[in-house]
Structure formats: structure tokens, C-alpha cells
Design a protein around this ligand. Structure first.
Ligand SMILES: *[C@@H]1O[C@H](CO)[C@@H](O)[C@H](O)[C@H]1NC(C)=O
Ligand SMILES: *[C@@H]1O[C@H](CO)[C@@H](O)[C@H](O)[C@H]1NC(C)=O
Ligand SMILES: *[C@@H]1O[C@H](CO)[C@@H](O)[C@H](O)[C@H]1NC(C)=O
Ligand SMILES: *[C@@H]1O[C@H](CO)[C@@H](O)[C@H](O)[C@H]1NC(C)=O
Length: 349
């Protein structure tokens, strides 16, 4: 099953870039196709993913149910439910910490109302070491009673076992040590705060990823991409936050993002079902790549690069979708959540 994705590539003077470097010339428009690997029933919200280190398949969190699924990136098997979580409505951020040990965020966020149950979030471990995917061992690591709405997650310090988790409601980044189970507010900065618009839920900091000792994060309501230098042992800020990209929610709608080997940022714009490419992350140009008119695979939530040989050759980016976030209010979806693939080497910049 193939779906066409219009891929526009251009600059806009609405986007304020923090550097004084000259903007690169306009090229395009560009067209890239997306391949649907698997589409679920309408109302299935795929929220986030990691590409599993041992086999290059996708471990995907579901937000409309408290589940984590293993989805083949080559259509070799049907999706497998790897883990389910009691006392939670859905799952959000996911990381792999060493081969086959995963951590996820579980909690109570209701898509139909866009509301979060304060303090309902916890971090769980999924251990797939020496086990088939149907026999995972799941363990609760810790509850976060002070959480507002936990969302994206990234690894801060793999040696000490410290993760960072975005709190989209309480304007913060939490640190969680999965070995000692210590939890702390690592950063609380106004660049992470939400500012609700109309029917849209309050969503501040959403995705976060570490590059060196800089923590990159976006803010959905403020339509920004930011970075802040952090201490790699505590996650605490060692300097001020810098806003790299300032847009509006009618242009972009930042959900999670991933950083490629050249430092380009590929950001999923949930509401618009589009992928925004920000070349060089902290440097020169900003672009948008869109399928706003395409209702067949809308609601793009997260993206990760594949690791199989053919993925490297194609520059394959795997994308989770929810089928359109606003449709959850009215139950009138036009598509189910899906795992898509886009081959980025087809984009000639
Ligand atoms: C979260 O939702 C689950 C499932 O509905 C429920 O069992 C649990 O009590 C809720 N947790 C909180 C803290 O409200
Ligand atoms: C961050 O600071 C804001 C403003 O003071 C506060 O409302 C929020 O609860 C804080 N977040 C956390 C996780 O403590
Ligand atoms: C991309 O953004 C520009 C303005 O920043 C807007 O005019 C254009 O419609 C957007 N492209 C698509 C396809 O949404
Ligand atoms: C879903 O319902 C809402 C409210 O009636 C409407 O605004 C929206 O256009 C509908 N979406 C679709 C895809 O039918």
C-alpha cells in the first residue's frame, strides 16, 4: 500500500532563526512517497517508536491503549503485542538502553478530551533479553506523582542509567535513574511551558533528544525548537535555553523529532500530518515538508531512522501516526494509526 506525500521545500520569512548566518537558497518543491508498513483500525494512536538494536524492527508505543507493539519494518510478520500496562490509558516516550532493554512512559492522557490525569504517570522497563517478543518481562521502575503530562523520553547517561522525560504540562524535564529509581526535576524553564489554544490540549515541551551535551527539545504550543546545555550526570541546565526556531502552530505543530548524522532535524508535525526538515539544526535554514491535504495518513507523531542495510542505503525514516489528533474528539477518523516509511535519500537538497 502506497500513499503519495507532497514534499514542499522552501524558506519562509515567518520563521525567525536565531543565528545571523545567511539563509540557503530556495529549491524545490520536492516530492517524496511514503510507504505504509502497517495500518491499524481507526482510533489507534501510535505515539512513539524506537528502532530495536538487535533486529532493526520498530518497537512502538500506543497512546489509545496501554500497549507496546513490535512492528516489522519489512512486513515479515504481523504486529506483536510485546507488553501491556495495568492502570494506565496509554504509553508515550520509549528508549532502548543497551540491547533489548526498553523504558517507556505510561499514564492517563485521554485523546478524546485532550486531558491528563495529574500524577498518573510511571516509567516501566520492558526486558526482551533472551526472550521471544511475546514473553517480555515488564517491571515498574517508578511512579511520578508530581508529573503533569509526561511525553517524550531520551537517554541522558547510559552508564549511570539516567533518562530524561519531558513534562508537557508542568513545563519541565524530569530525570529518572532506572538503577537507583531516583527521580528529580532536572530543568524547569519557561521555554518548556504550554500555552493552550482553543480546543487544542495544553502541550509545551514534547520531544527531547541529546546531541553531545546539548538537549534539543520542541514546544508544541509555542511552535519552537530549542536547545539548552546540560550536565551529563544530573540533567541540570549549565546555561540558558536558546530558541533555534520560532514559528506558529498554523505553520508547524511540533510533535517528536529525530536528529540525523549531519545534525539535520526531522520533526513530525502531528496536526498537519507533515514532516518538517530543519537542516543543520542549530544553523541556517528552515523548511517545511507537508502533506496537509492528505487525509489518508495524517497525525504524524514521531520519527526514527532505520538501521537495516537497506535502510541505510535509502535513508529510511520510520514514522508513527495517530490518524488525526482532533478526530479523537469526534470519533470521525479518516485513517487509522500507521507505521510509515519515507526514504530521505530521494530528497535532493
Ligand atoms: C488511570 O486509568 C486507569 C484505567 O482507566 C485506571 O485504572 C487508573 O485508576 C487511573 N489512574 C489514575 C491515577 O487516575
Ligand atoms: C515548573 O515551574 C512552574 C512555574 O513555577 C510550575 O507551575 C510547575 O509546576 C513546575 N514544574 C515542576 C515539574 O515542578
Ligand atoms: C509551508 O509554510 C508556508 C509559510 O511558512 C505556507 O505558506 C505553506 O502553505 C506551507 N506549506 C504547506 C504545504 O503547508
Ligand atoms: C469531524 O467532526 C468535526 C465536528 O463536527 C468537524 O469539524 C470535522 O470536520 C470532522 N472531520 C472529518 C474528517 O469529518
Amino acid at each position: 500500500m502506497f500513499a503519495k506525500l507532497l514534499f514542499y521545500y522552501f524558506l519562509t520569512n515567518l520563521w525567525v532563526i536565531s543565528t545571523a548566518a545567511p539563509l540557503t537558497p530556495i529549491k524545490g518543491p520536492q516530492t517524496l512517497s511514503s510507504t505504509v508498513l502497517f495500518e491499524f483500525p481507526k482510533g489507534t494512536w501510535l505515539e512513539n517508536l524506537v528502532i530495536r538494536q538487535t533486529d532493526g524492527n520498530a518497537l512502538v508505543t500506543v497512546l489509545s491503549a496501554p500497549e507496546v507493539l513490535l512492528i516489522s519494518t519489512t512486513n515479515e510478520f504481523r504486529p506483536i503485542t510485546v507488553a501491556t500496562f495495568p492502570d494506565a490509558i496509554g504509553c508515550l516516550g520509549i528508549v532502548e538502553l543497551g540491547h533489548d532493554v526498553f523504558y517507556i512512559v505510561a499514564g492517563n492522557w485521554t485523546a478524546a478530551t485532550g486531558t491528563s490525569t495529574l500524577g498518573s504517570y510511571s516509567i516501566w522497563e520492558i526486558d526482551l533479553r533472551n526472550r521471544g517478543p511475546k514473553f517480555a518481562k515488564t517491571t515498574k521502575i517508578v511512579d511520578l506523582p508530581g508529573s503533569g503530562f509526561l511525553n517524550g523520553m531520551t537517554v541522558l547517561n547510559p552508564v549511570a542509567g539516567i533518562l530524561l522525560v519531558a513534562d508537557s504540562l508542568n513545563s519541565a524535564v524530569w530525570s529518572v535513574n532506572v538503577h537507583t529509581r531516583d527521580v528529580a526535576v532536572a530543568i524547569n524553564d519557561t521555554s518548556m511551558a504550554p500555552m493552550q489554544y482553543g480546543t487544542l490540549p495544553a502541550l509545551g515541551i514534547n520531544g527531547l533528544h541529546l546531541l553531545g551535551s546539548e538537549l534539543y527539545y520542541d514546544n508544541t504550543d509555542k511552535a519552537t525548537l530549542n536547545k539548552i546545555p546540560v550536565d551529563l550526570n544530573t540533567g541540570k541546565a549549565t546555561g540558558p535555553a536558546v530558541t533555534l526556531l520560532q514559528s506558529t502552530v498554523t505553520e508547524i505543530f511540533p510533535d517528536d523529532f529525530t536528529i540525523d548524522f549531519e545534525g539535520n532535524i526531522w520533526m513530525t508535525a502531528d496536526l498537519w500530518g507533515q514532516l518538517d526538515l530543519i537542516p543543520g539544526a542549530a544553523s541556517t535554514a528552515s523548511t517545511n515538508a507537508s502533506s496537509k491535504e492528505d487525509k489518508s495518513n495524517t497525525g504524524w507523531t514521531a520519527a526514527k531512522f532505520g538501521t537495516k542495510q537497506e535502510d541505510l542505503r535509502r535513508g529510511s525514516l520510520y514514522i508513527t501516526t495517530n490518524g488525526g489528533p482532533i478526530n479523537y474528539i469526534y470519533s470521525n477518523w479518516t485513517a487509522g494509526g500507521a507505521l510509515l516509511r519515507i526514504d530521505t535519500v530521494d530528497l535532493v537538497l
